[in-house]
Design a protein around this ligand. Structure first.
Ligand code: NAP
Length: 684
């Protein structure tokens, strides 16, 4: 066995110096590969990321980077069987590998979709609306996000060699930041294979990713304030790295996802015989045994009413007794091996620690049946359930993480005790509550949410579609306070912003419009020389403005609208009742009548480049419109987002409806699809 894992350095695969450490197959103990990063020039790795990778990525818009993620995901999907084959060596069953491999690749797809839908086709991301900071509006402010000019150093844990890399990589690349990936040694062979395929895909620009298999050497010595560290692993390592003098002195952004004594609470209503009791048994069993319990989100503490403890032990023992352990490549096997012999020793030692305060009620023995595997060679352990009689006064059950198929039952007498027990975990990634009583759900969520990054409430109504206690989703934040590291990853676009810098920019509306590519009130409004609906996407300019003719709203219009639409709300139909309403002096026009008249005033009816109106945003009716009032509209091109390859782009129009006294009665953004030059020429 002479295969040394490659390090991807400055777009070249190179081997580290020396023999390195031997990595073994978790199932049969056979050597797989050697790992070493000795001799690498870590300063040059950082320099390459910043000067080549960052520069290449930042040339692309958010949408172009999102497209890149999609292409990458498609390529990896085509090669996934290779990853599955190697994943078995980590001890993972096919179902475990699905979470790691398909789950990881789907994170790329989700970020690609979100990037194109929720971010502009541009290089700057605007954070909220402008802030009014001057009386006359000539000096204003806008928060913006731009990519950091450094590298993202990703240090990953061993348990999800693919997902762990991809969940960090997707938001990083979308942000326009290059990544230096350092997988945990014991399963780095699978990460390395996936990185090799990413490179052969040809989708990523030079320098976008580099891979270090082995130690990070003196990398930390060269970090600066533009770099970001995203760490996943144990709390001890996180603390050590977080205190590195360079990290401290350069204020290097550091996000940590660490240990977590996650709890799952069974509601007092969920007694044996209810669907929720059965759901709980299923959920806990799955969380204990999937990935052989090597999940940072797994349920470690089972918080259940004292009155049902005996039945719960019986039901969980029966369910765990059906779990078949052995070679994960064998399809009859439910639970494979831990990632290494070292992990098995670690888990046994943690169970011994827990046993001082809790009794083993299932498992905990080295004598169990194995399918198609040798217990002396593979890192197999039996699912182990413990029961702690005095959980409020015990310490280890709330602080010792056995990173394997191990969980402890903690009985409670009342809801306050359940909350207190959950909080004793001192910060968790994920918590769950199984109850069909929504007032219990509210009490428990409000009592424990401050200690959790994510909470899932499961009952008979949502169980079939529930993603379960332990599945982090790219749409939702992953991270937690306290023991869980205090970090936060993913959560949709929130995760992208971790790799970017927020800056408050102050200036004139015209300047801020030019910087952010979104027209701001007070900036120039141009006469486009023709109706703006006659212009193609490319021809339209921010600030192109239409001011319409005026139209009077008559009582007949209001009555007609009420009859026609069926909206006969008294404020539009009953003079006396309307006057008793504190907002009106008499009958007023419907808000939707104002919108309809506004559309009638601003649209250009002929066939043209505007393809469709797909909605309005931020609609406000500022003051009532009485019959006899005269309305006109100002429509101004506010923002353009090209949908590359579709033949159109989205155009957002700032719309203001005013009355005869120039008072604003309604304001909103009109959203339209507008044809590109090319598409317009092809249909016109
Ligand atoms: P670990 O020993 O802390 O290692 C985590 C990562 O840090 C590995 O890549 C490791 O590399 C690296 N590392 C260790 N010492 C380092 C140093 N001095 N400088 C730079 N990097 C260093 O944790 P683990 O045993 O792999 O993972 C298990 C733990 O991770 C569990 O406690 C689990 O709860 C936690 N975890 C948390 C999450 C989460 O999202 N919160 C997810 C998964 C796991 P080497 O392997 O090369 O030493």
């Amino acid at each position: 066995m002479n295969i040394k894992l490659g390090n991807l350095v400055q777009d070249q695969w190179i081997e580290g110096d020396g023999d390195g450490n031997i990595l073994t197959n978790a199932v049969n103990g056979e050597p797989l590969a050697k790992i070493t990063s000795a001799g690498l020039d870590f300063s040059s790795i950082l320099h390459h990321a910043r000067s080549v990778g960052g520069a290449n990525l930042r040339k692309r818009t958010f949408h172009e980077r999102a497209e890149m993620l999609k292409e990458l995901a498609k390529y990896l999907m085509e090669h996934k069987e290779e990853f599955y084959a190697l994943s078995a060596a980590t001890g993972a069953t096919r179902a475990d590998s699905w979470v790691d491999i398909d789950g990881g690749i789907s994170t790329l797809f989700v970020y690609s979709g979100k990037g194109r839908r929720e971010m502009p086709n541009d290089h700057v991301y605007l954070d909220g609306p402008p802030e009014q900071i001057s009386k006359n509006g000539t000096f204003t402010a806008q928060h913006i996000f731009t990519p950091k000019l450094g590298a993202a150093v990703h240090i990953n844990a061993f348990n999800f060699p693919c997902w762990g890399m991809l969940e960090k990589l997707a938001p990083t690349l979308l942000a326009g930041v290059p990544a230096i990936i350092k997988p945990a040694s014991s399963t780095a062979y699978l990460t390395e294979l996936m990185v090799r395929r990413m490179i052969t895909s040809g989708v990523l620009p030079d320098g976008a990713i580099q891979l270090i298999c082995g130690s990070v050497g003196d990398l930390f010595e060269h970090l600066n304030c533009q770099d970001t560290i995203a760490f996943t692993g144990s709390k001890n390592t996180a603390e050590f790295l977080q205190q590195h003098p360079q990290v401290v002195s350069e204020s290097v952004a550091f996000t940590a996802e660490t240990d977590s004594l996650n709890s799952s609470i069974l509601g007092p209503d969920a007694v044996p015989g209810t669907p929720e009791f059965d759901l709980y048994v299923k959920e806990v069993t799955r969380e204990m045994t999937s990935k052989a319990g090597q999940k940072c989100t797994a349920i470690r503490r089972i918080i259940a009413p004292a009155a049902v403890t005996a039945e719960l032990i019986e039901a969980l023992s029966a369910a765990l007794g059906k779990i078949r352990i052995g070679n994960p490549a064998n399809e009859n096997v439910h639970m494979g091996a831990l990632a290494s012999q070292g992990q098995r020793a670690e888990v046994r030692s943690r169970v011994a620690d827990l046993s001082h305060e809790a009794d083993v009620v299932f498992g905990g023995t080295e004598d169990f049946d194995l399918i198609d595997a040798d217990a002396t060679k593979g890192a197999f352990v039996m699912p182990t359930l413990l029961h702690c009689e005095q959980p409020l006064t015990s310490h280890s059950v709330h602080s010792v993480e056995a990173f394997g198929p191990v969980s402890t039952i903690l009985p409670y007498e009342n809801i306050d005790e359940a909350i207190e027990l959950s909080r004793l975990g001192e910060g968790s990634l994920a918590g769950s509550i199984i109850t069909n009583d929504n007032s219990v759900a509210r009490q428990l969520v409000l009592g424990t949410a401050a200690f959790h990054g994510r909470m899932v409430v499961i009952n008979r109504h949502c169980a079939a579609e529930s993603t379960g206690h332990g599945s982090p989703l790219p749409h939702l934040v992953h991270g937690g306070p306290g023991r869980a590291g205090g970090g936060e990853e993913m959560g949709g676009i929130r995760g992208v912003l971790h790799y970017m810098q927020r800056t408050a920019v102050q200036g004139s509306p015209q300047t801020l419009t030019a910087i952010g590519h979104r027209w701001i009130r007070g900036a120039d409004q141009n006469d486009p020389g023709q109706h703006p609906f006659r212009k193609t996407f490319e021809q339209l300019e921010l600030g192109d403005t239409l001011i319409t003719d005026a139209r009077e709203v008559t009582l007949e219009d209001i009555e007609h609208f009420a009859e026609f639409t069926g909206d006969k709300f008294y404020a539009h139909t009953d003079e006396e009742a309307a006057a008793r309403n504190p907002f009106f002096e008499g009958r007023v026009a419907h808000g939707y009548l104002i919108l309809s008249f506004a559309a009638g005033l601003f649209v250009d009816p002929d066939f043209g480049p505007v393809l469709a109106n797909y909605g309005v945003d931020d609609l406000r009716f500022a003051q009532p419109v009485n019959y006899g009032d005269t309305l006109k509209v100002r429509l101004c091109c506010k923002q353009k987002t090209l949908r590359a390859g579709t033949g159109y782009g989205e155009v957002r129009w700032d719309s203001e409806v005013t009355n005869q006294n120039e008072e604003v009665v309604a304001q909103y953004d009109v959203l339209t699809m507008v044809a590109t030059d090319e598409h317009w020429a092809s249909v016109n």
